[in-house]
Design a protein around this ligand. Structure first.
Ligand code: SF4
Length: 339
């Protein structure tokens, strides 16, 4: 049994403009101590999927179907009070993209950290202060016994994100969800934050789910990747396998649109078109309006996940469910030639 099992999750928003099918039949699993990257463009439904896990979907949205099991316990059946008391912070923590707006500017970083510790553990206020200093030290804040009394605006962007990670760690959760944790940071600061997550995963044996549009982040820290497009998972695989042998045309397009230092600019192919609306998504395969390989069948048939390798699935009609050894893709041929 995996630590987290998300099965056929559907989260819709009931708006005056129509029903937004933000997450539409998503499944993935995370084992203890494993890191999973959920990747896709804006509007893919990544953040809604992880907020659904935490019970953080608010009106006009709600989970309309599916299951979220954490350590065997069904989270979609818990009340708001049970989620707050027993799951959020204690078992699963979330780190958001924008640390500055997540931290309260009128309280010191230390008092906010101490509050989380006192609320979620049986430590006294003085023991909570000691623990807060320890946590700031653990996440690499210099002179934590002095900086604990500073306000968020006195911290740099990278340090604010580190303070948020300290809060996420305050109750020793078994799973951390990092929602675009480095998007607002400079590249050099990003690298430090990703290293910190890596260290946390190793030293605390914490599972981590990274939500990101950045395949570079995934490359740094993820064991496995699920690629989302317009509310659905289109491909899942261990990172190396996905990078070297992408099967789904969307993943191939995503990888071809990444700029790397050794890539010739003319060889970069941005994905054509824009993501359709989740209120009226295309019939059949949702990627068909942008897919260079679409055929007539893609208009009528919704592709289910097909096994295309060990621990590797792709939801694309190009692959037969019974055959996991298709012809290599163009990228595979290129990779093999470069080996
Ligand atoms: S099912 Fe069809 S449209 Fe969808 S990704 Fe595969 S080939 Fe492209």
């Amino acid at each position: 049994m995996s630590l987290l099992e998300v099965e056929n999750l559907r989260t819709y928003f009931f708006t005056p403009a129509g029903i937004v099918q933000a997450v539409d039949g998503v499944s993935f699993e995370v084992d203890a101590g494993e890191s999973l990257g959920i990747v896709g463009e804006s509007g893919a439904g990544k953040s809604v999927a992880v907020k659904s896990i935490m019970g953080l979907i608010r009106d006009p949205g709600r989970i309309v179907e599916g299951s979220v099991r954490f350590d065997g316990r069904e989270l979609t059946e818990l009340s708001e009070a049970e989620l707050r008391r027993e799951i959020r912070g204690n078992e699963i923590s979330i780190v958001f993209q924008d640390a500055m707006s997540a931290l309260n500017p009128v309280f010191t970083v230390g008092s906010q950290l101490e509050e989380v510790i006192v609320e979620n553990t049986d430590r006294s206020p003085s023991a909570a202060r000691e623990r807060a200093i320890e946590l700031l030290d653990d996440v690499g804040i210099p002179n934590p016994d002095r900086r604990i009394d500073e306000y968020p605006h006195q911290y740099s962007g990278g340090m604010q994100q580190r303070a948020m990670i300290a809060m996420a760690l305050a109750c020793d959760p078994r799973l951390i969800i990092a929602d675009e944790p480095t998007t607002a940071l400079d590249v050099t600061i990003q690298a430090g934050i990703l290293e910190l997550f890596d260290e946390i995963q190793e030293t605390h044996d914490t599972s981590i789910v990274y939500v990101t549009h950045d395949l570079g982040v995934v490359r740094e820290v993820c064991d496995r990747v699920s690629v989302m497009y317009l509310g659905r998972v289109v491909e899942s695989a261990p990172y190396e396998e996905l990078y070297r042998y992408p099967k789904h045309p969307y993943t191939q397009s995503l990888l071809n649109s990444v700029v790397t230092p050794d890539e010739i600019l003319d060889e970069i192919n941005p994905i054509g078109g824009t993501m359709p609306s989740a209120v009226s998504p295309p019939s059949g395969c949702r990627f068909r309006t942008r897919c260079p390989e679409a055929v007539e069948e893609c208009v009528h048939v919704t592709p289910r996940a097909r096994q295309v390798g060990d621990s590797h699935t792709a939801a694309c009609l190009l692959y037969d469910e019974s055959n996991s050894h298709e012809e290599p893709t163009l990228r595979e041929i290129t990779n093999q030639t470069n080996d």
